[in-house]
Design a protein around this ligand. Sequence first.
Ligand code: DX5
Length: 227
Amino acid sequence: MADRPRGRRDPVRKIEVVPSILSADIARLGDQVREAVAAGADRIQVDVMDGHFVPNLTFGPLVVEAVRRVTDIPIEAHLMVERPELFIEAFAKAGATLIEVQVEATTSLFRTVESIKEHGADAGVAINPATSIEALREILPYITLINVMTVEPGFGGQKFIAHSPDKIRRLRAMAPGIEIEVDGGIDAESAPLAVKAGATVLVAGSSVFGHKQGIEAGITALRSAIG
Ligand code: DX5
């Protein structure tokens, strides 16, 4: 792995499943994370929202610290916040392995990405459904992952936006080797569409933590849907 440039993926590597805790039972977060890890989650995503960039308020660095105490698998901090550059150090110190910032949320994306890496985390950039992939072209060489939001961010349990696979295909053509993550409305129906279009990392909240038969069944359903 060490000889691969940062974030370039081996095309034969398996697709990663990343439960996001937004839809977990927060009163039992530790148990829910343990269950997801035992069921084969590759990473955990913490959906950070500030009530400004999105109309919802969720978790801070303390929750990343708490999840880090429960597992040593990679933790992604998805900062759906204005001026994310103000929070990089806190989330890196809390134990985030990868920090994702929204391309729409900062006027200094290059400096923010450099700051994430200076603080020892991998850098990712997330783009909202109406943002063009062209907004990523110049930052591509400096990041490990792109998160293509397949819903308007802010809430779990929303519907996968139908034009997303086309956007993922165009992005994959622009960025052949990078990790492409999808986030929002990812379930057994939409996951294969996203993977076929070129996605390699699946964030899933409600289809895992809200699955009727439980977390393990949710993760298993995703994995069998993508074969
Ligand atoms: C932004 C959040 C959600 C969450 C996934 O809204 O980032 O996308 O992670 O939620 P589900 O999988 O329930 O759509």
